[in-house]
Design a protein around this ligand. Structure first.
Ligand code: ATP
Length: 285
C-alpha cells in the first residue's frame, strides 16, 4: 500500500497545531513526542517527526513527500519545494529590532551595524535589496539577548506578539515579511501519491473554509426578506422557511467570520430577531 509521507515538526511551535489540523481532517495519528514515525490508522499517511529547520531539505530529497513548515523556513532555505497551501496558523513576521535606547529614524541607521539573526539568507537578501551594508552575525537561538550582551547592535528575528522583544528592551523597527504555517510538497509527486495529496488538500480546504465561516439562523418579517437576503448571500442563496406566525420567516445562511459583526448590526436594523450563530465543523465548497 502506498503511503503519503508527511513531515511535521517534532517539538516546537508548529507541532501541536499541525497535529490538530490532521485531527480536524479526520486523520488519527499518535503524537510523536517519543517516536520518529507514526502511521495514520484511517488514511494512507505516514508521519515523520523532524526538526522544522531540516524539513525543507528532506522534502526536496523525497525523504518526505509533503510537510507542514513555517513559510519563513523555506524562504530562508530556498530549496525550491512547492508551496501548496497557506494553513492560517503560526502567524509571525521576520522583523528588525533595535535596543529601545537606540535612536532609529530609518533603515540607513543600520549602515555599518552588526545584526544578529538565525535567518542569515533572508536578512542578506533584505539588506542587499535596501542597499545597506551591515555585518550579519549568525546565531542559532536566543537572538533577542544579543544586543544586551554586546554581541550585536540589532537583531533580525521572528516576532508574533512582540512580548519577547519588549522583555529584552528591544523595539521592532521594520517588518521584512510575514509568515504562517504552509503545506509544502516535493515537486515530483505523481501517481498514487498525487491522488493522496489531492484528497488530503481537499480535507484541509474543508476545515479551513469552516473555520472562516459561521452558520446563522434568524427570524424576520417577510417584508424585510429582500434586505436580509442581500446581507446574507450564503453559499448559493439563503434558506427561507415560513414560521407559524403569519408574515414571519426563518432565514438560514452562512456568514464570513470577518464580516460577522458588521453584518449583525445591519441585520438587526433590517428587522431580524432571535439571531443564532453556530460554528461549522466542515465546509465543502
Ligand atoms: P527546530 O528546532 O524544530 O528546527 P525552530 O527553531 O525553527 O525549530 P520554533 O521556534 O518552534 O522552531 O519555530 C517553528 C516555526 O514557528 C517558525 O519557523 C515560525 O514559522 C513559527 N513561529 C510562529 N511564531 C513565532 C515566533 N514568535 N517566534 C518564532 N517562530 C515563530
Amino acid at each position: 500500500m502506498t503511503n503519503l509521507k508527511i513531515a511535521i515538526q517534532k517539538s516546537g511551535r508548529l507541532n501541536e497545531d499541525s497535529l490538530t489540523l490532521l485531527k480536524e481532517c479526520g486523520i488519527s495519528v499518535n503524537n510523536g513526542r517519543d517516536q520518529l514515525m507514526a502511521q495514520a490508522s484511517n488514511f494512507q499517511l505516514e508521519v515523520l517527526y523532524l526538526r522544522n529547520s531540516d524539513i525543507p531539505q528532506y522534502v526536496k530529497d523525497g525523504v518526505a513527500d509533503i510537510a507542514i513548515i513555517g513559510d519563513n523556513t523555506e524562504r530562508e532555505k530556498k530549496t525550491g519545494i512547492v508551496h501548496v497551501l497557506d494553513l492560517g496558523f503560526s502567524r509571525c513576521r521576520l522583523s528588525i529590532a533595535v535596543p529601545r535606547s537606540m535612536e532609529f529614524t530609518d533603515l540607513s541607521d543600520l549602515q555599518g551595524k552588526k545584526i544578529a539573526t538565525s535567518y542569515p539568507n533572508s536578512l542578506k537578501d533584505f539588506l542587499t535589496e535596501k542597499g545597506i551594508e551591515a555585518e550579519i552575525h549568525e546565531i542559532s537561538g536566543s537572538v533577542e539577548i544579543a544586543p544586551n550582551i554586546g554581541l550585536a547592535d540589532a537583531i533580525c528575528d521572528l516576532v508574533s506578539s512582540g512580548s519577547t522583544l519588549f522583555k529584552n528592551g528591544l523595539q521592532e523597527v521594520y517588518k521584512i515579511f510575514e509568515s504562517e504555517a504552509i503545506l509544502v510538497a516535493n515537486p515530483c509527486l505523481e501517481g498514487e501519491k498525487r491522488v493522496l495529496l489531492d484528497k488530503f488538500v481537499f480535507r484541509i480546504k474543508a476545515v479551513l473554509a469552516a473555520k472562516n465561516s459561521k452558520y446563522i439562523l434568524l427570524n424576520a418579517p417577510e417584508t424585510a426578506l429582500d434586505r436580509i437576503c442581500a446581507l446574507l448571500p450564503g453559499m448559493k442563496s439563503p434558506t427561507v422557511m415560513p414560521l407559524k406566525e403569519k408574515g414571519w420567516v426563518s432565514v438560514h445562511s452562512v456568514v464570513n467570520e470577518n464580516k460577522f459583526w458588521e453584518v449583525i448590526g445591519s441585520l438587526k436594523e433590517a428587522g431580524a430577531e432571535g439571531i443564532l450563530i453556530i460554528p461549522i465543523e466542515k465546509m465543502i465548497l
